[in-house]
Write a protein that binds this ligand. Structure first.
Ligand SMILES: NC(=O)c1ccc[n+]([C@@H]2O[C@H](COP(=O)([O-])OP(=O)(O)OC[C@H]3O[C@@H](n4cnc5c(N)ncnc54)[C@H](O)[C@@H]3O)[C@@H](O)[C@H]2O)c1
Length: 449
């Protein structure tokens, strides 16, 4: 870790370190800028889904999060955030002094895993075992230099190419650890970062579609080392809406004949997805949600993602859905989401950091199904994941409420609760039993949805 790296705020008693893989990327720098603007009192808590659950409910305040991390591009975060073009000029000017103090640590990288990504800010370590040791050393240095009270890792790096998840080297902790020693080619950077985090006792979330903590080997390591994990691939825009609309269509017996999803985006993530092998990783997670919610296979579920430079981070998503209803009559539903990719993603990353930290303080380990709300392909550790968003909200509320009594302490607020207790929504067979939750938690559920 370089001397000038890590934190921008003055040392405080209770600080939560967020070590980010890909800290110079659009999502990471948006999150870092958001923290800086919140600390300065320039931004509030808009768009942060758990903002109403304060420190008294055991989630740390956002302002106590300190960002550090690795990137193959060595620019400081003020330069990086400017390049991504997500922030307005006033926010940029205010956040720049704090962000300029944040310099990425040299990355552990392997070009073979994402050929479309440039950058020379790499650590030349010589072996996979040395790479793991270097990552662990960076985590320890971050903890010490930033005076951290707790530490979590989130992967926000460029999407890696698909690998053979059924490879024997990923089947058990022992074979994985042998594979590191023998330089097994299936073990890429995302797996090395995840393994290093677990071995260092650092909770880990994978916001990318790359293969990492969900493989049996790392699920075993997470449980063995007593470390909570979550992933994978952030559910932010089109897929988030898909998991809202599909349960409604099922509830009304509107049969989905076909669902055509198209996306254009012009940020660096879009550029990385230009590589067919990286795109295959993304399409795998995006395509997985529909059939399990509907309860049947939609043969014509097509997903397209195209890099289109003029849009930058302002991604546009279209969904064209073909439906069959009563008397075999055909209908169409069109959805057009003109969103901001990183603005949707960054707050989820901050919430994940707080939730992973909370889970660790609670003594949880292995995959956390209750955090499935945040992901396209939720990790469960065993059994199929829940995809329907309203049920994922319930699961998270239940987990938080059981843990801390937090949900009952949330002020009654939302006048229109779309999920009233005992409603028809509870009867939607959405692919898995939902936890029963008290009414107090449903109030939060309705707002977060
Ligand atoms: N809404 C969203 O933005 C969204 C939603 C779901 C998932 N994701 C995923 O989150 C990730 C980040 O998205 P983004 O828009 O910030 O992408 P980005 O391309 O702007 O950022 C990725 C960063 O990772 C860095 N990087 C690449 N390899 C690295 C390595 N081995 N070690 C350290 N750093 C490395 C790159 O230099 C880059 O700065 C992507 O994988 C994307 O698919 C994003």
């Amino acid at each position: 870790m370089s001397d000038s790296s890590t934190h921008s705020a003055s040392p405080r008693a209770a600080r939560l370190g967020l070590a980010v893989v890909g800290v110079g990327g659009a999502v990471a720098t948006t999150a870092a800028a958001g923290l800086e603007l919140m600390r300065l009192g320039i931004s509030g808590h808009e768009g942060l889904p758990l903002a109403e659950l304060g420190a008294e409910h055991e989630l740390r305040p956002y302002e106590d999060i300190v960002i550090g991390g690795w990137d193959v591009c060595g620019d400081d975060l003020a330069v990086a955030v400017d390049a991504h073009g997500v922030l307005g000029s006033a926010e940029l000017a205010a956040a720049a002094p704090g962000l300029a103090a944040l310099k990425p640590w040299p990355a552990i990288d392997d070009q073979d895993f994402h050929p479309g990504v440039g950058g020379t800010h790499r650590r030349h370590v010589g072996s996979k075992r040395a790479a793991v040791e270097a990552i662990r050393a960076d985590l320890r240095a971050f903890r010490e230099q930033a005076g951290l009270d707790a530490l979590v890792m989130v992967n926000l790096a460029s999407t890696e190419r698909v690998i053979d998840v059924d490879s024997p080297v990923l089947a058990s902790a022992a074979s994985f650890e042998r594979g590191i020693g023998s330089e097994n080619p299936e073990i890429g950077p995302a797996l090395l970062y995840a393994y290093a985090a677990l071995m260092e006792g650092v909770p880990y979330a994978n916001f990318t579609p790359s293969v990492a903590a969900e493989v049996p080997a790392l699920v075993e390591v997470a449980r063995r080392e007593g470390v909570p994990t979550a992933g994978k691939d952030g559910k932010t825009g089109q897929t988030m809406l898909k998991t809202v609309i599909a349960p409604a269509l099922r509830a009304r017996a509107l049969r989905v004949e076909g669902w055509y999803s198209a996306n254009i985006l012009g940020n660096r993530d879009g550029q990385a997805l230009h590589d067919p092998a990286s795109l295959a990783s993304k399409l795998a997670t995006k395509g997985s949600v529909l059939d399990s919610i509907l309860g049947y296979e939609v043969a014509d579920h097509l997903v397209r993602i195209d890099y289109y430079a003029p849009r930058g981070d302002a991604k546009e998503a279209w969904d064209s859905i073909d439906l069959v209803g009563f008397l075999g009559q055909r209908m169409q539903l069109k959805v057009n989401f003109l969103c901001r990719d990183s603005v949707l993603a960054a707050p989820l990353v901050l919430e994940l950091a707080r939730l992973l930290d909370f889970a660790q303080r609670r003594g949880e380990s292995g995959p956390l199904p209750a955090l499935g709300l945040f992901f396209k392909a939720p990790m469960t550790g065993n059994g199929p994941p829940e995809h329907a968003l309203h049920r994922q909200v319930e699961q998270l509320a239940s987990w938080l409420g059981t843990a801390s009594g937090a949900a009952d302490a949330i002020p009654a607020g939302s006048a229109a609760d779309p999920i009233p207790a005992g409603s028809a929504a509870d009867a939607i067979p959405a692919g898995g039993p939902a936890d029963a939750i008290p009414a107090g938690e449903r109030r939060w559920a309705s707002r977060a949805a």
